[in-house]
Design a protein around this ligand. Structure first.
Ligand code: HEC
Length: 158
């Protein structure tokens, strides 16, 4: 990023945010669903961050902490999130949404990708408390399952 874009970017973000409030969806159910799925994803990311920090030797391995994060991930992965994807909440239709329209035309595959994450999270839950090597081995498939869905169904950040 050049110095110029670095200076411009924050100003641009402020303008977009200000515009965003006015452009918020008129349907409170749409806004609530977007909020809920973002919160869910943030919880996934928080717990994955704990495990990722250990896998990358950025935070010391702690079997209890690792087990708790992995159990949370497994529980979150298995939760039924079907109701989050309400019609009209796709990117371009609703403020703040990066959910691609392909979700709505490929709901079965979208669900399968969630289940793939749940399988990887279960494997992590079984491994995380064993030792750091086991945690590291389970990390690839789990992170891969997040990325696999984002690649197809989440609008890239731009
Ligand atoms: C089955 C698909 C799928 C899986 C699996 C998935 N995500 Fe997501 N994720 C999405 C979609 C779609 C969005 C965009 C939602 C939106 O903007 O409304 C998203 C958005 C996010 C966001 C941004 C949230 C925000 O506040 O804007 C984070 C962080 C995230 N995901 C983390 C993860 C992590 C970590 C995992 C794996 C442990 C994961 N996701 C697994 C589909 C998925």
């Amino acid at each position: 990023m050049t110095i110029l874009t670095r200076l411009i970017a924050p100003t641009f973000a402020v303008v977009c945010l200000a515009g965003g409030v006015a452009a918020q969806s008129a349907d409170p159910a749409v806004d609530a669903a977007i909020k809920a799925r973002h919160a869910h994803m943030d919880l996934l990311a928080y717990n994955l961050g704990t495990l990722g920090g250990m896998a990358q030797d950025k935070i010391p391995y702690d079997a209890t902490l690792a087990s708790a994060a992995a159990a949370n991930l497994a529980a979150l992965s298995h939760m039924d999130w079907t109701s989050y994807w309400v019609a009209g909440s796709e990117a371009g239709m609703a403020e703040g949404s990066r959910a691609l329209p392909a979700i709505w035309t490929g709901m079965e595959d979208f669900h399968a990708k969630q289940m793939a994450m749940a399988t990887a999270a279960d494997a992590m839950a079984a491994a995380a408390g064993t030792d750091l090597d086991a945690l590291k081995a389970a990390m690839g498939p789990l992170g891969g399952a997040c990325g696999d869905c984002h690649k197809t169904y989440r609008q890239p950040n731009n």
